[in-house]
Write a protein that binds this ligand. Structure first.
Ligand SMILES: C[S@@+](CC[C@H](N)C(=O)[O-])C[C@H]1O[C@@H](n2cnc3c(N)ncnc32)[C@H](O)[C@@H]1O
Length: 239
């Protein structure tokens, strides 16, 4: 999907990747909006007509209000001071970015209207993505797209999910690597490299077999897909 280049708002590549997942014409909600750059960007691009934006804290809401006023979007964006999506009317595409995976999962599970296959959830966990994936699958959501992205030399993952009503359990490999395991992009290699770093650290610290098994699966997957994983120690894992 193409996004207008004359938009006055410049998003980070992390938020730009999330914005690129919107379905044109959708009503959107942005949870934990802070500065409200993402919804303002989508409306100014003409990709969305209206947004409900929420934050739990006063400082971020004041920043959001400032952006809404600056771009004269008062009739398009409605602000809510609330926990997650409490009291917010249903939207087509829901963004929950820049929070921990557990909190994102909690917000999704507390929102009954997200149990509808027509709604799209676009989320970007800063931590514990494995808990988010596991929880989504076990509560009947499906993850149908993941986009690894690089921003300021860190790797992030954007996860797109929707309700399908078929709960299932996933193993450690699926929970930690997600759909990035099938992706050969540089951003995916960086993302999987950070997962491997984590698994190696856990293996060294706990000596638990499950972490050695996870390292082995990631290494085997890399050999199968080809390419090099970039790990923190600067040692590439070559195929
Ligand atoms: C790190 S900022 C992320 C801002 C923006 N979404 C982004 O990705 O750049 C996290 C925001 O989430 C808000 N927040 C934390 N818990 C929340 C909750 N339960 N409901 C709504 N907002 C929440 C915080 O106040 C903060 O403004």
């Amino acid at each position: 999907m193409s996004i207008s280049s004359n938009n006055p708002i410049r998003l980070s590549s992390r938020l730009m990747t999330a914005a690129g997942c919107v379905r044109p014409g959708s009503s959107i909600a942005d949870v934990g909006t802070d500065h409200a750059y993402l919804p303002a960007y989508l409306i100014l691009s003409g990709l969305s007509q209206s947004a409900a934006i929420t934050d739990i804290a006063d400082g971020p809401l004041a920043r959001a209000q400032e952006t809404v006023r600056k771009y004269n979007l008062q009739d398009r964006i409605k602000l809510y001071k609330t926990n997650g999506l409490e009291g917010v009317p249903p939207a087509d595409d829901v963004f929950i970015c820049g929070m921990g995976g557990e909190l994102i999962l909690d917000i999704i599970l507390q929102t009954p209207w997200l149990k509808d296959s027509g709604r799209q959830i676009i989320c970007q966990p800063m931590t514990r993505a494995y808990l988010l994936r596991r929880g989504l699958y076990s509560h009947g959501f499906e993850i149908y797209r993941e986009i690894p992205t690089l921003c300021d030399r860190s790797s992030y993952i954007i996860i797109c999910a929707r309700y399908c009503g078929n709960p299932r359990e996933v193993d450690d490999f699926a929970a930690y690597c997600g759909l990035a395991a099938n992706d050969s992009s540089a951003a995916a290699k960086a993302y999987l490299g950070s997962v491997l770093d984590h698994a190696r650290k856990k293996a060294n610290g706990t000596r638990q077999q499950k972490w050695y098994d996870l390292c082995e699966r990631i290494e085997k997957n890399t050999r199968r897909c080809g390419g090099t994983l970039f790990t923190k120690e600067g040692r590439g894992l070559n195929n």
